[in-house]
Ligand binder design. Sequence first.
Ligand SMILES: NC(=O)c1ccc[n+]([C@@H]2O[C@H](COP(=O)([O-])OP(=O)(O)OC[C@H]3O[C@@H](n4cnc5c(N)ncnc54)[C@H](O)[C@@H]3O)[C@@H](O)[C@H]2O)c1
Length: 340
Amino acid sequence: MTLDVGVIGTGMIGQDHIRRLTSVLSGARVAAVTDVDLDRARAVADGVPGSVVHDTGQALIDDPGVDAVVVTSWGPTHEEYVLAAISAGKQVFCEKPLATTREACDRIVDAEVATGKRLVQVGFMRRFDPQYRAMKAVVTSGEIGAPLLMHAAHRNPSVPDFFTSDMTINDSTVHDIDVARWMFDDEIAAVTVLKGRISRKAKAGFNDPLLVLLEMRSGVIVDVEAMVNAGFGYDIRGEVVCEDGTVELSESAGAVVKLAGRYSGRVPETWKERFVGAFDLELQAWVDAVSAGGSTGPSAWDGYAATVACETGLAALRSGLREEVVLRERPDLYAKEGVA
Ligand SMILES: NC(=O)c1ccc[n+]([C@@H]2O[C@H](COP(=O)([O-])OP(=O)(O)OC[C@H]3O[C@@H](n4cnc5c(N)ncnc54)[C@H](O)[C@@H]3O)[C@@H](O)[C@H]2O)c1
């Protein structure tokens, strides 16, 4: 069976997921697309034989020829489309963020819980990255003892002009926030953000880099260096320190060359290069789960918890204080989490 997917938002990642669904993955095809920029949607559909263009996201969701929906429009528009997909009883893959406010995420969680079944997967693709998965397997095996600390770094070479200072937390650190919750199967209890010396490359109004401290409920502390002007490449670091040993992400791209008393390797240029495989695995897992009548991966609860942690992180950035993360009670629907 082929899953007929409708894609809302044919911008950068929307086009990338359409390419993936059309030419990389198995079991799915793109049946319909839409965008507020209809010319862009039409241009994209021209390259996808058999796809139709809808004037609105609602019309795409209502199309009986669309089995499941991918939402890749701007963050503030996600709530509307995810709620509409839930209301139509259709599975929806929503790029992060699930929604941009705690209240909007609440509404999505409430709507999904009311259906009694999981319909939402959120695009936290690091959970599908083979290196992170290998790291989590070691941590959960217990072979190096109980986890104590995690050191992480999220270094962007640079960011585009539309990138605002809040996006260092909302768009970059959000991935480390999700990794921390997933790695330790735990919620974040509190966030502190330290502003240090500002890079000469930082834009006006940016505190770059930031050191974001996440305290997990278990007491594990995760420190995340969030830097958006590293210059040299897209560099993702992670090391979990346990009682008896440590486990860390290996160098991510290409082979290590040893020559003339030195060694060298490639640093990925962009997040797309670093995580291309994770995006493939993430969307294939969604297609497979939906085709089998189920769901997997990061849930609406994970999207809610990440958005609340980001809001708390921004409060901590502004106050300079340790801010506690206040979550609603987790509905039972999310107790039986999928493997990812
Ligand atoms: N998982 C990741 O690492 C990752 C990476 C990149 C982007 N994203 C997320 O994907 C989403 C899209 O990002 P992007 O970089 O592709 O942005 P983009 O600006 O390139 O594309 C967004 C598209 O959505 C369209 N759009 C805006 N409002 C709409 C609406 N109401 N209805 C239909 N279409 C609408 C825009 O016209 C545009 O074509 C964002 O939420 C972003 O955070 C996630």
